[in-house]
Design a protein around this ligand. Sequence first.
Ligand SMILES: Cc1cc2nc3c(=O)[nH]c(=O)nc-3n(C[C@H](O)[C@H](O)[C@H](O)COP(=O)(O)O)c2cc1C
Length: 407
Amino acid sequence: MAEEIRIVLRNYGKIDPLKIDDYLAIGGYEALIKARSMDREELIEEVKKSKLRGRGGAGFNCGQKWAFAYGAQADQKYVVCNADEGEPGTYKDRIIMENDPHTLLEGMAICGYAIGANKGYIYCRGEYPQVTQILNTAIAQAKEKDVLRDFDIEVKSGAGAYVCGEETALIESIEGNRGEPRIRPPFPPVSGLWQKPTIVNNVETFANVPVIVDKGADYYASIGAPAYPGTKVVTLTGDVNNKTFFEVPTNTTIREVIFQFGGGIPGDRKFKAVQIGGNSGAFISADLLDTPIAFDAMTSIGSALGSGAIFVLDETRDIVDVITRVAKFFEDESCGKCAPCREGTARMYELMEKLNSGQGSANDIVLLNKLGRVMSYSCLCGLGQAAPTPVLTTIERFSADYNAKLM
Ligand SMILES: Cc1cc2nc3c(=O)[nH]c(=O)nc-3n(C[C@H](O)[C@H](O)[C@H](O)COP(=O)(O)O)c2cc1C
């Protein structure tokens, strides 16, 4: 029987997020003091050894990323927290920031010390004004107590576009430009905000850092799946009894998340599909439910853990209809900078709508497959590269739904 382990949400419900004294009373900011007593290289090595990987979607080794920024020569470096949280069905970062804002500030300050940055930004989803207030209160209290010392943190409001969560579009947006992705390389740890070395990490990634420094890399690496250790905060939505969030070790299976933590499907209906990782995630059929939610296990079944959003569909759901809505989302959210995404998302929606309305032919499915493959190889950023995933995985795994709608 899988059990919840709370690392990121360790203080959830135990402290008043608006009172720094509550956080200090339970050992808050002690990890920052410990980090500052360490040699920078030793600290980065510890984070690397913990095998902490990004919780924003790409799963990159956190310590390795910090090492790139540490090694880059510059008169100014930045730490940026990605709190854009635009992925449908995802609200884990909001839960962390609303309930334990100082954990995030502490994680960012540790990163600032490690790479030699004295300025941090939190790019917070524009639709989270209450979170911005909480963060600003926490920052003011941290300044008053001088716990951050020379590390300054500022909250920037997100511009309201899904693509602004992509790290280079986010950087453009903080700079005051239209949020569009940059061509990479160079990558942000070498050339990011105002062309300076910049670490962009997700809220949940930063929230793990104080625990790693406090309890050590070995402790952290011993939890969950060996190659993607620790926990994951997952948010459950759709046809499931408990539509809520859980923090589970990364070796927990999808079945356990849905049927144990989520309490299964309402009524006497049967499970049909689950989409993991937000709108660009793969759709998974019942035969794959025993896959752990760990990053690599997900990749091995052509899926991605993404933000940790888990969207469950019961047997009454029409997959083609659901995918048509998903395709509309991507058409709306494509920033239009690169042609494969700008044109591809529009054509993809067009074809899906044709199929959904019963006007499509088997050839349209062939076209969707070809289009999806071209997009995944040629789009400039993850938005266009991953937009075909729900389409391609459902064509493969739920072909009966498509065939039933053919002319
Ligand atoms: C279209 C798109 C939207 C994204 N949205 C987010 C987001 O809301 N939050 C986030 O942390 N990462 C998001 N990412 C991933 C970021 O580009 C980046 O990988 C992440 O912030 C790195 O932090 P991490 O290593 O801690 O995961 C998005 C990526 C793409 C392509």
